[in-house]
Design a protein around this ligand. Structure first.
Ligand SMILES: Nc1nc2c(ncn2[C@@H]2O[C@H](COP(=O)(O)OP(=O)(O)O)[C@@H](O)[C@H]2O)c(=O)[nH]1
Ligand SMILES: [Mg+2]
Length: 362
């Protein structure tokens, strides 16, 4: 069984890559299993990937490294369901995976064939974190981003479709200067460009977890704790006499949220929405305050009832994120929609305490 870890910061494109890879691996004849991970339940990623046709398991309530057994239970359950290739997406603010996941797997489960640790990066974040003194990202969150790159067996620049050839070469050169011993490739998980080559590289028998970063767990813990985490599910009922326009609802919701975050300079790690309206759905995502919201509509969304799942990781207190979320739902619903909050988890991630931590490469 092949086990592939696709790490990388919030919004780097891990879920998009899992989706695209599952499709391609299935065409290659593999039975694919996917594992998502979050600090709380009601994950948009799980809802999205469960439509991919592959079996999906969610490890919720803790990151893989602090719940190694939960992670391994998900792996075993997928193997029992027939999976021979499993791709797992760790939480975007998680690092030290070589020491806490890859080495323990090699030592304790030698029958698994674990792939080189791939770490995805958003090219816009690379420059911001490595050089921009004005970055809104908290220095300890930037520390996590840097550690993820340091421990990678392979750095995968994603979103290459948003770069010119010259810009892509520039980002590759920057990463090669900072991390001279690490292979760097560029792909677009969205268009599929470079994904076949990335799959070839992770399916090859090559060393995994070939380096372990030196990690200051106080800084790491603080880098996670500066983020407020919100996972919510809201039932929506269109009550106005106009035709339901859920796309407009999602746009207004995002605009209201972003205004509040922008006014207070609360940097966004990731805000994701999935609105399910029967046959059709709308997915929307924002991965930095400076970015534009991406909204994608799939199928028809004329139903009067809809279910909204929202995941937000924002650099402020969970209370602020909850306040902004409640205001935004109120603004978008006004005179059109009756919203009922079905579940709401608002947390600050706790200090990471790994189940295992290997000090040296196995
Ligand atoms: N332009 C572009 N956008 C992408 C690409 N991959 C992911 N995205 C977008 O980036 C956002 C975050 O993607 P997601 O897969 O959820 O990231 P994750 O947080 O790392 O799992 C979404 O809006 C995606 O549509 C890509 O290759 N190109
Ligand atoms: Mg994801």
């Amino acid at each position: 069984m092949k086990l592939i870890l696709a790490g990388g910061f919030l919004g780097a494109g891990k879920t998009t890559l899992l989706w695209e890879s599952a499709k391609r691996l299935t065409q290659r004849g593999f039975t694919v299993g996917l594992i998502t991970n979050d600090q709380a339940p009601d994950l948009v990623d799980t809802a999205i990937l469960s439509r991919s046709g592959s079996n999906v398991r969610e490890v919720a309530g803790s990151c893989f490294c602090c719940n190694f057994n939960g992670f391994n239970d998900a792996v075993k359950s997928l193997i029992d369901s027939g999976a021979d290739c499993i791709i797992a997406e760790p939480v975007g603010s998680c690092t030290d995976l070589s020491a806490t996941i890859v080495q323990p797997i090699k030592a304790l489960f030698p029958t698994y064939s674990i792939a080189p640790l791939s770490v995805l990066v958003d090219p816009v974040r690379v420059r911001e974190v490595l050089h921009d003194k004005q970055s809104l990202m908290h220095p300890d969150a930037a520390y996590i981003f840097r550690l993820q790159l340091q421990e990678a067996d392979q750095i995968v620049i994603n979103k290459s479709d948003s770069l010119t050839k010259q810009q892509a070469d520039g980002v590759i050169a920057e990463l090669k200067t900072e991390f001279p011993d690490t292979p760097v490739v560029a792909i677009s998980a969205l268009t599929g460009e470079g994904v076949e080559q990335w799959l070839d590289s992770v399916l090859e028998e090559r060393p995994a977890g070939s380096r372990i970063a030196v990690v200051d767990y106080d800084r790491y813990a603080n880098g996670e704790a500066v983020l407020g985490w919100l996972n919510a599910v809201v039932r929506l009922r269109w009550t106005a006499s106009l035709e339901p326009d859920w796309e407009h609802f999602v746009e207004t919701l995002f605009a209201s949220l972003c205004n509040e975050f922008r006014e207070n300079a609360f940097e966004i790690g990731h805000v994701k929405i999935l609105l399910d309206a029967g046959e059709g759905r709308i997915a929307a995502s924002l991965t930095a305050l400076s970015d534009a919201v991406q909204i994608r509509k799939l199928g028809e969304t004329h139903r009067l009832d809809a279910l909204l799942t929202m995941n937000a990781r924002v650099q402020t207190s969970p209370r602020d994120v909850e306040g902004a979320f409640r205001n935004a739902v109120g603004t978008a619903s006004h005179a059109l929609v009756a919203p009922t909050i079905k579940s709401l988890h608002c947390i600050k991630p706790g200090r990471p305490v790994p189940t295992y931590r290997y000090e040296s490469v196995v």
